[in-house]
Design a protein around this ligand. Sequence first.
Ligand code: ATP
Ligand code: MG
Length: 398
Amino acid sequence: MEEIINKLLVSYGYKHIRTPIVEKTETFTRAIGAVTDIVEKEMYTWQDLGGDMLTLRPEGTAGCVRMMIEHNLPREGVQKVFYQGPMFRHERPQKGRYRQFHQVGVEIFGATDAKIDAELIAMTAQLWERLGLKNVILEVNSLGSNETRASYRKLLHSYFSQHKDQLDEDSLRRLETNPLRILDSKNIDMATLIANAPKMIDHLDEASAEHFKEFTSLLDCLNIDYIVNPRLVRGLDYYNRTVFEWISSDLGAQGTICAGGRYDGLVEQMGGKPTPGVGFAMGLERLMLLISEQHDSLTQDPPSIYFVALGSDAKKASMKICREIHSTLPEVIVLNDITIGSLKSQMKKADKSNSDFALILGEEEIQANQISIKPLKGQGEQQLISLEGIIAHLQEIL
Ligand code: ATP
Ligand code: MG
């Protein structure tokens, strides 16, 4: 799966970067925002021996932005990068939700046009196709500009203030700090209240409305289906304008496999020169769950051989032949027996290994300068082949 993802991203012009797994806590708190699930309760943070506050990365964008600024990369033009690796969040572990999980994320710095937002969607749609995934639904929304979001926040504050009795503890706190976050709540008891709240999409500034129109018209021209979900606000503070999520109904509550959006203010907020940004991250465990839910496997297993060798001459010969198979047939899996048991016990292991063929080299074969090859799956007779001819024979049959 990772190979398929890498190939696709490289073909769209993204460069693979690696940022540290541990960064200063401040990098995350500044980027993600104080009133978010991640910063409020999910980060693994500690003080190191030098007194610095450090955190295991809960997401990848903050480190990417820190790196862009540190190396002044956006100055060299548009940057298209991707990362992959472990992320850490102190959550309640359950299916599709773990404390260490893996993401592949993509970020573009230096592009404002909705064309790139739409290309990100086209690229992920292409990925679902390559992974053979079905029924993944795209939800989109626009969060507007910082200014319009501030006035929308006031609107939300007054709406939710009128219904304080229906808010849970988290939401009551967020009412004062960041009422937008209430829209993101997973509490089913508040679903109707949230559904009836004023919608950001009805209060966009003109430029953001235009950007969103352009974005959706590009999706239309690509025949990509989407649902405009006015309650989609995303769990991190840095987003503006485009936000989106790809969701599967086959994974229960942990249905979002890929999520992202625009963060035009983030680079500046982190201390860099104003640089627009947009990106997404996908959860690899959830993708794996979905693949195993929907079909058997992504690829065919390569051909495989189990090498059974008896006695010290055969041991030496087996090592030479295995080396030759590895160099002439690099795709083939070759397991050279290492338990050195009897013929019977080695053959048992060969069967158990699920290999396609056993190569058998006993005293008799060595004497005759020959080697036996036995198909382990399906029909076919055991055959004797000359030692010199075995590589050519394997090249023919594998
Ligand atoms: P959720 O609403 O499910 O908590 P999120 O909004 O916190 O997700 P993001 O921060 O957007 O998630 O992360 C992007 C993707 O990473 C998610 O869509 C999901 O596929 C995956 N992901 C996030 N948290 C976890 C986790 N704890 N375990 C496994 N995958 C995760
Ligand atoms: Mg979360």
